[in-house]
Ligand binder design. Structure first.
Ligand code: NCD
Length: 368
């Protein structure tokens, strides 16, 4: 079975095939088809969600299938102490495909190890959110007409925000210029930054000047401060409200450029921006349905689209992941999978040998 854990590990032609299939689903997304008649999707949501869960369920209904699931962990057996592995071994008997959202980083990969049906990562803690990235890329492709060579400005909480790092990594082979604008302390995680710059050769720059970045943006991708992932509320209060995208800023953006946001919005985009022709975050939400329809249809092999992954070999290594939010902390029976990271020569990142192993679940690097 094929799973969908991390969009950035798909090769570029596969991403293009996936996006093409998603664009073919656009006219079907407003109607009902029988492509997935008789199939069942399970949505297991261990974290709050409006768009992701409902658009997965809508996508399955639009495909003519059905869904079941839970949106509240208190209602599921995890509240009785059931492991993720056992929950998955249960649900794969009841459904043909599973979309899972979980607070632990690497939870979707962990789930895939115990599932006889395809697992879709619907967000694993602050790590990745690949189905969101697929719809973000579909939005850019449809609304801008191209994906290559774009200047993408990522604004907000890039430390805990899973959508921004997912997008930056998945766009890497379309040669973007990525500019990050973040409050102090909420920068892109160093291992993501390193992977983009060193491993993928992406032009990434950091700035504190939002206006200067907006003036050259093709896409201004705004994110919310991920309050629920902060260790203390004081920490959140310090950065709260530290950036606002308003009418003036949007007016400084080039004609034809886009303002995107995965939503929910708190206060980081002023409501006055909603009327701008550059604001596409509501349209972006719509694209979640065809993007997820394509994903479900392909993983259920109802559409013949080949997806090739370029993933590093993983091996069991007798070390512990250093990330407190890694799924291996809460699900201790998991095999300790790591991949080797070699050839670090950039002095900016501590020279060769820095980060010898990368945790296969959460992507944190542990030095050797
Ligand atoms: C995002 C998420 O859950 O990561 N929302 C979404 O899926 N559309 C962004 C967020 O919660 O800020």
């Amino acid at each position: 079975v094929q799973h969908f854990i991390d969009l950035s590990t798909l090769d570029r032609p596969s991403k293009e095939r996936l996006l093409e299939t998603a664009s073919e689903m656009i006219p079907v997304a407003g109607t009902r088809s029988d492509i997935a008649a008789g199939r069942i999707l399970a949505t297991l949501f261990y974290e709050p969600s409006t768009r992701t869960r409902l658009s997965f369920e809508s996508a399955m209904l639009r495909l003519g299938g059905q869904w079941l699931g839970f949106a509240d962990v208190k209602a599921a057996s995890v509240a009785k102490g059931e492991s993720l592995a056992d929950t998955i071994r249960t649900v794969d008997k009841y459904a043909d495909i599973i979309a899972i959202r979980h607070p632990a980083e690497g939870a979707a990969l962990a789930a895939s190890l115990y599932s006889d049906v395809p697992i879709i990562n619907a967000g694993d803690g602050g790590h990745f959110h690949p189905s969101q990235t697929l719809l973000d890329m579909l939005t850019i492709r449809q609304e801008l007409g191209r994906l290559g060579g774009l200047t993408i400005v990522l604004v907000g909480d890039l430390r805990y925000g899973r959508t921004a790092s997912s997008l930056a990594l998945a766009m890497a082979d379309f040669r973007p210029h990525v500019i990050t604008v973040t409050p102090d302390g909420l920068e892109l995680p160093r291992h993501i930054y390193r992977r983009l710059r060193v491993d993928m050769g992406v032009n990434v720059t950091e700035t504190s000047d939002l206006k200067e970045a907006a003036e050259i943006a093709d896409v201004l991708y705004v994110t919310r401060i991920q309050r629920e992932r902060f260790f203390s509320d004081e920490e959140y209060q310090e950065v709260k409200g530290s950036y606002v995208v308003d009418e003036r800023l949007v007016a400084a953006m080039p004609p034809g450029s886009l303002v995107l946001h995965p939503l929910p919005r708190v206060d980081e985009i002023a409501v006055e921006v909603d009327n701008s022709d550059k604001a596409r975050y509501f349209k972006q939400m719509f694209y979640g349905v065809p993007a997820r329809m394509a994903l479900i249809a392909i993983l259920l092999e109802l559409k013949e689209v080949e997806l090739e992954y370029v993933e590093p070999d993983r091996e069991v290594v007798n070390v512990k992941c250093g990330n407190a939010r890694c799924v291996t902390k809460t699900e201790p029976y998991l095999p300790r999978y790591f991949s080797r990271v070699s050839g670090r020569t950039d002095p900016l990142f501590g020279g060769e040998g820095a980060g010898v192993y990368r945790c296969s679940y959460c992507d944190y690097e542990v030095g050797g």
